[in-house]
Design a protein around this ligand. Structure first.
Ligand code: PHE
Ligand code: FE
Length: 296
């Protein structure tokens, strides 16, 4: 989710949280007694479907993480149990939140190695797509990679970068970096192209599409390029960016972004599906099925 966008609380978040309250930092106790049998069944359905897709598609770091976390296939996990594994592996903690939270609050949590996880799960009539993150996206998609030390450090550094970007006019550019890495990133491995982005890993159709479809572009990671690239939040991505390793991602984003924001602020935005002369093109998309509506 683009944390730089204006913060509005979606209806489903309001309904799910009726009668519950959260702290000033938007955290709340995970309301375990609110989960119904139907909610656990939704988790089990989504989990079974995604786990079957992961071999040969998700990167090894993700697969190692989800195994070590001992995420339950049958029931919505209790955060306290996952936190024992996470704390031991990388010092991260999950915190329950009502849903999407304001960008500045989100950055503060990440900067302190706390990952905000929406506590509720989607309704059975919208198993495949929902516009705002639920527990399946937040937990199944994001949390396994937080077991990896390099990725764990990257997400914390991102959070600190977000706190800083606020005063530098860099929030939109930084949000795109999150989008094209943490949410929709692909990684090149000796075994082939693999997924690490949570937006893909929590979506069965995009798990296929991102790797197997000829329609989208697949371009080599390029920090400044990404910061100027528009994206889709209502359809599959037109362009995926591919890293070679998490170390590459960490190193490329380690320098101070202040001069970078200033240098590229006035450059024009790049439409989501464009390919530019300097791009490292791994696959040029056929553009089949691309929406013709405006990019975000
Ligand atoms: N290095 C960035 C800065 O100085 C912070 C950052 C790190 C941003 C990692 C994103 C990812 O602002
Ligand atoms: Fe997400």
């Amino acid at each position: 989710m683009n944390q730089a966008e204006e913060f509005v609380v979606p209806d489903i978040t309001v309904r799910k949280n009726a009668g519950l309250s959260h702290d000033t930092d938007y955290t709340m106790p995970q309301p375990l007694d609110r989960y119904t049998a139907a909610d656990h069944a939704t988790w089990a359905t989504l989990y079974a479907r995604q786990v079957a897709l992961l071999p040969g598609r998700a990167c090894d770091e993700y697969l190692d993480g989800i195994a070590a976390l001992e995420v339950s296939p049958q029931r919505i996990p209790d955060f306290a149990e996952l936190n024992r594994h996470l704390m031991a592996a990388t010092g991260w903690q999950l915190v329950a939140v009502p849903g999407l939270i304001p960008g500045d609050v989100f950055f503060e949590h990440l900067a302190h190695r706390r990952f905000p996880v929406t506590w509720w799960i989607r309704e059975p009539d919208s198993l495949d797509y929902l516009p705002e993150p639920d527990i399946f996206h937040d937990l199944f998609g994001h949390v396994p990679l937080l077991m990896n030390p390099v990725f764990a450090d990257y997400v914390q550094a991102y959070g600190k970068g977000g706190v800083k970007a606020d005063s530098l006019g860099g929030l939109d550019m930084l949000a795109r970096l999150y989008w094209f890495t943490v949410e929709f990133g692909l990684i090149n491995t000796p075994k082939g192209l693999r997924i690490y982005g949570a937006g893909i890993l929590s979506s069965s159709s995009e798990s296929h599409y991102s790797l197997e479809s000829d329609s989208p572009n697949r371009l080599g990671f390029d920090l400044m390029r990404i910061m100027k690239t528009r994206y889709r939040y209502d359809s599959f991505q037109k362009t995926y960016f591919v890293i070679d390793s998490f170390e590459q991602l960490f190193k490329a984003t380690e320098p101070d972004f202040a001069p970078l924001y200033a240098a590229i602020a006035d450059r024009p935005d790049i439409p989501a599906g464009d390919i530019l002369p300097g791009d490292k093109v791994l696959h040029q998309g056929t553009q089949e099925g691309w929406p013709d509506t405006e990019d975000a």
